[in-house]
Design a binder for this molecule. Sequence first.
Ligand SMILES: Cc1cc2nc3c(=O)[nH]c(=O)nc-3n(C[C@H](O)[C@H](O)[C@H](O)COP(=O)(O)OP(=O)(O)OC[C@H]3O[C@@H](n4cnc5c(N)ncnc54)[C@H](O)[C@@H]3O)c2cc1C
Length: 462
Amino acid sequence: MKYDVIVIGSGPGGYVSAIRAAQLGMKTAIIEKENLGGVCLNWGCIPTKALLKSAEVMNYANHASAYGITIGEASPDFPAIIKRSRDVAGAMSKGVDFLMRKNNIQVIYGTAKVLPGKKVYVTFKDGLDGTFEADHILIATGARARELPFLPVDGEKIIGYRQALTLEKQPRSMIIVGSGAIGVEMAHFYNSIGTKVTIVEYLPRLVPTEDAEVSKQLERVFKKAKIKVLTATEVTGADTSGEGVKIFYKNKKGEDALQADVVLSAVGIRANIENLGLEETGIATENGKIKVDEFYRTNIEGYYAIGDVIDTPALAHVASAEGITCIEHIKGLDVEPVDYDNIPSNIYTSPEIASVGFTEEEAKEKGYDVLVGKFPFTASGKAKAAGKPEGFVKIIIDKKYDEILGAHMIGANVTEMIAEIVAARKAEATGYTLLKSVHPHPTMSEAIMEAVADAYGEAIHI
Ligand SMILES: Cc1cc2nc3c(=O)[nH]c(=O)nc-3n(C[C@H](O)[C@H](O)[C@H](O)COP(=O)(O)OP(=O)(O)OC[C@H]3O[C@@H](n4cnc5c(N)ncnc54)[C@H](O)[C@@H]3O)c2cc1C
């Protein structure tokens, strides 16, 4: 069977590409070996946010008296929380199925492998096989959890994110190795429902890719919430022979061990490039990822790759933006490459974290003369009324041209607020534009305007 476009993998990279291709009049098929929606809808973005919503409800219930509401002590129904999360993921996956039908996209369930001559070989779910042809083959096979050699995931005592989302019984204690987005979101969720959580991070601070002040604030909040935090600590091994699991580690204080019911390994991802026919087809890889140009063309004409399988930020919105760009370029539209300097990054802990652009350190390293403005949510009427005064907005502005170099936020709802900065940067707006854009009152977003004002020494409320 011949198509204009065949997409392999139906995550936010793949299914969005397929829809855009169909919109542009291309005969499109998508091949998926598991569930429509990929990691994001089934195992990542969506089910984690459902769990985190349960954590939020739990925290509100436990602090209801602070809002003048009397209710009994809240307790988690762990299987019901997990079921809700799985139901939300399942509904989202069905939504993708609907979108595929709406757009006349052929969905093929099976495991795909590319072949030379613009062909795709598929082993169907029932064991039969078939070969398909297309003018353009887009590989969007995503990634899976990376494993440390001395921390092999057994699915019971040492688990990955998939098991953490589907445990049958709530662990009494959990050690989380790695404090990136997945590690800290899981730490917040499990701690909120009463699991005793310890985070072990190899680098000197939590969420090490975020601004240092954001890391510091998160560490303070986590410690206050009784999450044990061990930074600059290297895990050296694990022993699963006894009850629970023992983790060995070393840091500047020396060597020691920790014990818990389970260990969650959250140390990053590995691209799904194996058994894909890349070698047979001659498609080049580099550092375990498929090599592409700015329009996602591989070194072999007619083959493309996007999303977590290439070397760009492993985020759903990045995968989708890459897919749309790739397809529009295939169609011959006049399309700009994705601007990787303007990608927002969110972490859905409580408080939430959001950032875009350079951190203060990075901006200085790049030689910018910077103005830094900061507005704490303790001074925000909306944050106070919501009972969420933790956190701040920090903005970094180039002194010379007033360019908005970066924004770093920690606080309630900041994952929604960051889009304002992304849009402003895309429109090449300046700090002055943000300052003079009248923000509604009372909102958390006023903190952006005030942070800019602080950079200019004009803040009103601090
Ligand atoms: C716990 C967790 C939380 C996350 N939270 C967020 C978040 O809040 N925000 C955010 O932006 N990102 C988040 N991410 C990251 C996000 O999920 C990924 O960046 C995104 O899913 C990547 O999309 P993709 O289309 O490249 O690949 P994927 O979503 O990984 O989809 C790839 C698909 O390809 C299929 N596939 C693989 N090989 C084959 C084959 N040979 N044949 C057929 N099908 C194949 C897979 O089954 C899969 O369905 C999270 C990730 C995790 C693990």
